[in-house]
Design a protein around this ligand. Sequence first.
Ligand SMILES: [Fe+2]
Ligand SMILES: [Fe+2]
Length: 278
Amino acid sequence: MAAHGEGSLLAISDLHVGHPANRAVVEGLRPESPDDWLLVAGDVGDTVADIEWALTVLRRRFGTVVWVPGNHDLWTPPADPVRLRGVDRYRHLVELCRRLGVLTPEDPYPVWRGPGGPVRVAPLFLLYDHSWRPEGLDTPEAALAEAYRTGIVCTDEFLLHPDPYPTRSAWCAQRVAATERRLAEWDDLPTVLVNHWPLVREPTRILRYPIFAQWCGTEATADWHRRFHAAAVVYGHLHIPRTTWHDGVRFEEVSVGYPREWRPRPAPPTWRRILPAG
Ligand SMILES: [Fe+2]
Ligand SMILES: [Fe+2]
């Protein structure tokens, strides 16, 4: 057992295992202790087979694995023989996780009782709703039109189908309302909130293309880190791994990203420790 006896709460995201170099990253991931938990904050892969491969590998290594979907996990790409769309695809992935013994947003929120705990770990699936818009664009429609005009359009528009909801924003509204009710049932412990998209807008301010923020989250969660007593918030999606603080709460962007993004960095990609802090 390494430095952290009784284990650590670890997190990683944006494994994108369709890239062979990223598969090697996943194959190289190891816990430090048999008591470690791994939080996987979405964008595991683009096909069901890729997601199954990665979660199978990780589940063999880590005693507890918790997964939340990213946008790529919910795509229905032409090359995937699994043709399910939207809610049906999400449910299919949840069933896959249940077969593998991986926890999802549809399971009771588990309590981490190791170092830095106890905390209630809440895996969330919330999507986005085009509310993070540039100044002067007052509606989701205006923001989307501006994105098309400038050519910065998220691939979700073509591959992430919201069926049976009319739009991804409508699906987001349903997920936010249901999740808010669930979180409000618990106030006994601090939380670790895990979501693919950041819960607050600030981390998106450094995006190269600010117009892209409309696919990165929702204004509806702006105070959740305070309301639900977060000890830490874990997210990915931006492919900008770093720690930021908002209202005194630590936010950890835990992405691996694409090989062209991580290769120039000094150290190979791995998980980030969430608890114990510091
Ligand atoms: Fe990603
Ligand atoms: Fe993403």
